[in-house]
Design a protein around this ligand. Structure first.
Ligand code: SF4
Length: 356
């Protein structure tokens, strides 16, 4: 990819939780690139490591028991305005490693350069502060505006996300908003400091289906207007399909597949992705297809299986799958998959191109 267009590169990130029962390998050697002005979807079942990856990027992993034990999170140094912390040479020239920033410098990154939209706005918003106070706090704390300017900007942001009578609603408390309206407030808050990157962690999960569609539509409109990149995390492939340019499929703390959104839907290259697609309804399907759940459960991350982490649930599993971990191989332009069925000597299975 064009390196001048790179906003963030998560490079071999490893995050573990040290519990009394043992070490939980929540994120294992994760590498991910986020271009400027893009929407990247991260999909996977609960416990796949998608949220832990993003909490690691924000350095919000509770410690103990969590610990980031390897890797880097490179972010565009020019956007951060930290020229003295930029890499001078090499593949990360011009980038700043967020994991090596002092705590006070990292606080300036959160909210200002990376905004976050959480799953449940009722839990994320402070119930005893007005929406106006919560909306303006971040802008004032980052020195972007005076109280008066922040108030005006917050009113504009509420109007932008479709809150009627925004000036009056600034004086209301979170419980006076509906669930969908609270999520609109969370989006307005995340965007209020014009961050280069917004991380939306299951932003529609706590909402009913019609409100979900409105929120996704709103995020698409705002993306076009405000030019932030977005990472959207979801367990639902169909939600990501409607908004993302690129999709990353995670399982047991690893990337199993990564591709342009059209490529992934047209030519999925991993049995797990194929399983996810068969388990959600497709609006473009010509016939009514039966939905098929993926049998079994995700592995216990305290003692993950040797070899391919998906092998216990995979109908194509071969002997090698239970002995060795498959590498992530390139199976098309910008398309990578972690499956031995792409190996030239593997049995021919429709949909799996041979590489290498
Ligand atoms: Fe299935 Fe083997 Fe591919 Fe893993 S590597 S997904 S077990 S075929």
């Amino acid at each position: 990819m064009d390196e001048t267009n790179l906003l963030m590169r998560v490079d071999r990130l490893t995050t573990n939780f040290h519990t009394y029962a043992g070490v939980v390998h929540a994120v294992d050697d994760m590498t991910l690139t986020i271009p400027k002005d893009s929407v990247v979807g991260i999909v996977g079942e609960s416990g796949s490591g998608k949220s832990v990856t993003m909490m690691s990027v924000m350095r919000l992993i509770p410690s103990p028991p969590g610990r980031i034990e390897g890797g880097h999170v490179w972010f565009d140094g020019a956007a951060l305005g930290m020229p003295d912390r930029m890499e001078k040479d090499g593949p990360n020239k011009g980038m700043v490693d967020l994991l090596s920033l002092p705590a006070d410098a990292m606080m300036k990154v959160r909210g200002r350069h990376i905004g976050m939209i959480f799953q449940d706005p009722m839990v994320s918003l402070n119930p005893v502060l007005t929406i106006g106070l919560q909306m303006t706090e971040s802008m004032v704390a980052h020195g972007l505006a005076t109280n008066e300017e922040a108030w005006k900007r917050a009113v504009d942001m509420l109007a932008l996300v479709g809150i009627p009578n925004p000036e009056e609603r600034m004086r209301d408390y979170p419980h006076q908003y509906s669930g969908g309206m609270r999520q609109r407030v969370m989006i307005a808050m995340a965007l209020s400091c014009s961050p280069e990157l917004v991380i939306a962690d299951e932003p529609t999960t706590s909402l009913d289906v019609t409100v979900q569609a409105q929120i996704l539509e709103l995020m698409k409109e705002l993306k076009a207007k405000l030019k932030s990149s977005i990472i959207i995390i979801s367990h639902d492939l169909s939600i990501v399909a409607g908004i993302a340019n690129k999709v990353v499929v995670m399982y047991a703390g690893r990337i199993l597949e990564e591709a342009d959104v059209y490529d992934l839907y047209e030519k999925p290259g991993h049995p797990y992705t194929m399983g996810l697609m068969k388990s959600v309804p497709r609006l473009d399907a010509e016939n009514r297809e039966r939905l098929v759940p993926i049998e079994g459960s995700p592995p216990d991350l305290l003692a993950p299986p040797v070899g391919c982490k998906f092998a216990p649930r995979c109908k194509y599993a071969m002997n090698i799958c239970r002995e060795q971990e498959p590498p992530l191989v390139t199976v098309g332009e910008g398309h990578r998959a972690r499956c031995f069925l792409h190996h030239p000597t593997a049995p021919a299975v429709p949909g799996f191109v041979k590489v290498g």
